[in-house]
Design a protein around this ligand. Structure first.
Ligand code: ATP
Length: 369
């Protein structure tokens, strides 16, 4: 499933030069984005970057200041929320406290004027889908957080929207339940063949669930890519830093060619990368290397490139892995992680030991911004 890689695939949701201003503040800034049918798409970014505002414009709860949104070729301008083939599940779930689960799930259908018998049938179907059949008569306060989340989901699916917009759908759940529910959501989306657009500030959640992720900052999209692409080939320092953890070596670009780039740090040390640089020679660039691609050893590696010496500053044992923080002479702290199942006994370094960190030329990404 990769319609974005197929030049013949038809775009489903087309967001074109979309802008939203609140007074003189621009929450969404000339944003352009394409989402495909049946895609599980995540909008990921820090608080305040404009992701909920973008989602609300898709749902019709907010009017764009400029630009447009097409759904399956149709301009959504002026179409009110209830007439869009789109439904939104709010972060707060917004369940009616005095109504039973059944009544909550059927609410939108009653408003639409669907005949009673059909409503009952559809509600039963939805409750079965989210595995809440036995809870039909309960009120929201008699449910757990996870069950309330499933009621909200059933309600937003009852009208059979083509697109479901989810604003922090798992935000109110504890970690364990959140992890379980991620897989339930993915199964449901797959089973129903719907397009999901989910807003989250949780990178793990986005990486787990989404086909593609848009990383947002200050009302715009910095990168749109699959989870492995976002992690392995971030296009900017912001993206590299936002998703996972990374070492960023700052330097000047000395050489660039089809075979790679050479970067010189302020201390004169040259680092090389197989990656081409999207920058002009002489300009400031960053060579970004993930901690798991960084080797740490108690002796200088033989004829190794990209090697730096320092002192073990801190060690974090996390069970599945250990992270070594090595402080270089210029004060930079480099993070190197080792998988513990691969670690050989007797190789451990300890605090204040001299240590060498190194990485292979194919381990890094060169970033110009
Ligand atoms: P969060 O994860 O905290 O919900 P977000 O990325 O979803 O953040 P938005 O809710 O889209 O962010 O808000 C983006 C910016 O727009 C924020 O700075 C917010 O204060 C501002 N904003 C949102 N709605 C309004 C409004 N109705 N009036 C004025 N400013 C608003």
């Amino acid at each position: 499933f990769a319609p974005w890689a197929d030049p013949k695939a038809k775009p489903y949701i087309q967001i074109e030069n979309l802008t939203k201003r609140f007074g003189d503040f621009t929450a969404v800034d000339d944003l352009t984005l394409t989402i495909y049918e049946r895609e599980f798409f995540a909008l990921l970014g820090a608080s305040g970057c404009g992701k909920s505002t973008l989602l609300r414009m898709l749902g019709g709860f907010e009017t764009p200041s400029a630009g447009r949104i097409l759904l399956d070729g149709q301009d959504l301008r002026g179409i009110p929320p209830y007439k869009r083939p789109v439904n939104m599940m709010f972060q707060s779930y917004a369940l009616f406290p005095h109504m039973s689960v059944e009544a909550n799930v059927g609410f939108g259908l009653r408003q639409e004027g669907m005949p009673k018998g059909q409503i009952a049938e559809r509600v039963a179907q939805m409750l079965k889908l989210v595995k809440l059949e036995q809870f039909a008569g309960r009120k929201p306060h008699q449910l757990s957080g996870g069950q309330r989340q499933r009621v909200a989901l059933a309600r937003s699916l009852a009208k059979r929207p083509k697109v479901l917009l989810l604003d922090e759908p798992l935000g109110a759940l504890d970690k364990k339940l959140r992890e379980e529910t991620q897989f339930e959501l993915m199964d449901l989306q797959h089973e129903l063949g719907l397009t999901f657009v989910v807003v989250t500030h949780d990178q793990e959640e986005a990486m787990t669930m989404a086909d593609r992720i848009a990383i947002m900052e200050k009302g715009n999209v910095l990168q749109v890519a699959t989870p492995p692409e976002i992690y392995e080939a971030p296009n900017s320092r912001f993206v590299a830093d936002f998703v996972g953890s990374i070492n960023m070596f700052e330097g000047k670009l000395r050489e660039k060619g089809s075979r790679g780039s050479r970067i010189v740090r302020a201390d004169g040390l040259a680092l090389s990368a197989d990656a081409p640089a999207d920058a002009v020679v002489g300009e400031k660039v960053w060579l970004a290397v993930r901690p798991e691609k960084m080797k740490v050893s108690s002796a200088r590696p033989d004829n190794a490139v990209n090697t730096m010496e320092g002192e073990v500053w801190d060690i974090a044992y996390l069970g599945d892995m250990t992270i070594y923080y090595v402080k270089l002479d210029d004060g930079m702290v480099v993070k190197a992680s080792t998988v513990n199942s691969l670690r050989r006994i007797g190789e451990e370094l300890t605090w204040h030991d001299r240590a060498w960190v190194s990485f292979a030329p194919d381990a890094g990404v060169v970033l110009a911004r």
